[in-house]
Write a protein that binds this ligand. Structure first.
Ligand code: RAT
Ligand code: ZN
Length: 429
């Protein structure tokens, strides 16, 4: 049980004083460990896939897109610069010449402050010296503790050679980093997947003929055995439909869903991205679109033995997703993804989900790409989630039922880790 020193209450006390109620909620939400169910962070054993430090932080694609709005530097000029030179430009543009007002820019300020670094510096010298001096193992322990993240889930792409190399080596990695098997290449770029698999000696036919399904199942089975993922995942475009007369539909039905179900794995569906809206921005060039949530309903109905973690990128899809989750208990809404991860929107979505689903959803994931992202993404989200919870518990109080801090702790623990644990390893299995 987390101690509530500051609020001077005991876990069983009914919280009828609003100031005290707010304080207890804020303290608990700030400290209760979360499982971060979707990140792009890798541990150092994965070599170049481990990102940490000020240069990686400032060359985050969220900040690159924002930098181009305030500089005359061309795309071509930017991309031919080194990582450090890009970071210098981002710092000068967004933090020296302008105030860092955006959420992603404020995130850097939160990180620098957390380490006691100068948030108004003219150059990156101090920050570079600090991060270069950190030992990865100790630094990871510190960052996870600062973020109150107990475990996290990586994004592992079986079609990436660097990723494969990391898994083929015998080096054990930090057990707090869990794997997820990301299938975007297979489901969204079949010709590329087909070529990759052929190169690696799988007999797969471009037309999906012959023993192709068996070979694809074999490929997935091998990866599942190798990385022991906690779920399989795919991001889908906003025009995704189900059922549909396309390759993706066939691969979902014949390969991905049967494999997931036979291994007892859920499929995480991240829907609503429009890739490469501006290709000149490279990884910063993806956009957003409103998806059709009825397609998700039909998947849930067609595969009742499947379990689906679902997040939607468009703000306009959030209400429908909640309603779909009320109809299908094999659907678990999670996170406020990417362009939604801004306080005003997290607040709206979290309150809406509490109103429609009670504590039966997963409020947030970080999508961290660089280790220290965990600090700001979780700190910012926790503040907003606490405020939404306060609103809801306060209404309950107004209606005639008080809560205790033990109950708040139970509810928040369920949302921050319990729902996910139960989802990936249901008690009945
Ligand atoms: O939020 C992000 O970092 C995006 O670029 C994507 O990686 C997205 O989260 C994804 O997993 O596709
Ligand atoms: Zn992501």
């Amino acid at each position: 049980m987390i101690t509530l020193v500051e609020s001077q209450t005991t876990p069983g006390d009914q919280l009828t004083d609003r100031i005290q109620l707010r304080q207890v909620i804020e303290n608990l939400v700030a400290k209760i460990p979360a499982i971060d169910i979707h990140t792009h962070v890798h541990p150092p054993e994965f070599k170049a896939l481990y990102l940490s430090g000020i240069d990686d932080l400032l060359t985050y694609h969220y900040l690159i897109a924002e930098t181009f709005r305030s500089t005359d530097v061309s795309y071509a000029d930017f991309w031919q610069r080194s990582k450090a030179e890009r970071a210098d430009l981002v710092w000068k543009t967004l933090f020296v010449d302008n105030s860092p007002l955006s959420e992603a820019a404020r995130g850097i300020i939160t990180i620098l402050s957390a380490f006691g670094l100068d948030t108004r510096a003219n150059t990156l010298a101090e920050a570079r010296a600090f991060f270069n001096a950190q030992q990865p193992k100790e630094h990871i322990d510190r960052v996870l503790a600062m973020s109150s993240v107990s475990e996290l889930v990586m994004t592992n792409d079986p079609f990436n050679d660097q990723e494969a190399k990391g898994w083929m080596s015998d080096v054990e990695h930090d057990s707090r980093f869990h794997a997820s098997l990301r299938l975007d290449t297979l489901l969204n770029e079949w010709p590329i997947a087909q070529q990759y698999l052929t190169k690696h000696n799988y007999k797969v036919d471009p037309q999906l003929n012959g023993s192709t399904f068996g070979e694809l199942r074999r490929f997935l089975d091998e990866w599942i055995l190798r990385i022991r993922p906690v779920y399989m995942a795919v991001s889908l475009p906003s025009d995704f439909n189900f059922p549909s007369d396309d390759t993706r539909d066939t691969l979902l039905r014949e390969v991905v869903l049967p494999t997931a179900i036979s291994h007892g794995l859920s499929l995480a569906i991240m829907i609503g991205v429009r890739r490469g809206v501006n290709p000149a921005l490279r990884s910063a060039g993806d956009g957003i679109g409103k998806a059709d949530i009825t397609a998700i309903e039909r998947i849930c109905a067609s595969f009742p033995e499947g379990r689906f973690l679902v997040t939607a990128l468009s703000r306009e899809n959030q209400h429908e997703l909640c309603v779909a989750a009320r109809k299908f208990k094999n659907l678990m809404p999670f996170g406020c993804w990417w362009f939604l991860n801004n306080p005003s929107i997290v607040s709206e979505i979290t309150t809406e989900r509490l109103e429609l689903l009670g504590p039966s959803f997963i409020p947030q994931h970080s999508d961290a790409r660089v280790l220290e992202h965990l600090i700001y993404k979780w700190q910012h989200s926790r503040t907003v989630i606490a405020a939404s919870l306060f609103e809801i518990y306060q209404r309950l109080l107004d209606s005639g039922r008080s809560v205790t801090s033990a109950e708040i702790q139970r509810d928040v623990t369920r949302m921050f880790s319990g729902n996910f644990r139960e989802w990936i390893a249901p008690a009945s299995s």
